[in-house]
Unconditional design. Sequence first.
Length: 385
Amino acid sequence: MDFRPDAARMKRELAELVAINSENPPGGEGKVAVWVRDVLVPLGFEVKLIEYDPGRFNVEASLVNGEGPVFAFNTHMDTVPAGDGWTSDAFTLSEREGKLFGRGSCDCKGPLAAMIEAVRMLVAQKQAWSGTLMAVFTGDEEVASAGARHYAASRPKIDVVVVGEPTGNACFSAHKGSFRPVVRIAGKAAHSGSPHLGDNAVFRAGQLMPLLAAFHENELAKRSHALVGNPSLTVTRIKGGHADNVIPAECEMLLDRRLIPGETDASAEVEIRELLEQAEECLGIRAEIVGYHATTGGATETGIGAPIVQASLEACRAAGVKEPGPFGFQGACDLVHFTEAGAEGVVIGAGDIRVAHRPDEFVPVDEFIESAVIYADIARRILKP
């Protein structure tokens, strides 16, 4: 069957999406959601705009075409802030040397535009598939995945999902997660001219850091997952003290704990609390977890034998992807929220994650166009009558 996309239309629609500023923070997914609704309603989809927070939206679109599985396309509508350093306007799609430049071109308005085109191809050939086709586009993935969390909490009936993220059009069936606790180290304030009368919390934090590093090297680095590799623990932020001439009474550090499939926030927290207890017993360091920073979510994996993984690998091979996978995503994404709601899924999309958050973000034109073919082919294989 001919599943060829309209390349000119895909470029035009990607340009329209890039022109909608949905930088997060603060997030501007509402205008993107309206754009999606206006495209999908004429194709016969029932479309809902779901406002999960004031001014923040998800889109749920569904088209029933006989009996069969429920298949969903998903990606996110927000982008990271454009920032400085661009050689062309970040919100005007430009084409140079076979690449399309613009904020969100690969993360993730490129996948969104490609999924829209895939939907069009599927609607045009309804006789080739049977089941329910959904397009679920979420907000806030770049900060805390509030959109996907809210959507998954409703326990939607979705059997399989393809999540759009830049993977070079290869199939990624697992991804890491992240857990970020805030640890407060206690000390005792004193005049900085008489430091012996106090207990410097910054110094105490300095004593704690080698223990954290040793836990990473001696424990976490020895664990491994076949697709995503090792979990990790590091410190990404630290602050302490309130005056130039006062010994700090407390110091806070933000830990970044990367999770692999099989680990959870709860299991990681247990290990960190045990480490803090050891620090107090051995060195007298008084430290506790006092809060948490938001993350995209936990780790997940779909087994290689799952129909969605096999269908995705077949579609990638058919499209000429040299190394179709399956691979593991080193970062986190919204797949975990769909799998926790009961779906099986993979992550596939055009582009390279290494250029996603940088100035002059781009997606290769050929990969972008071919991703629509891959998306439609996967859906056709899963929804085969």
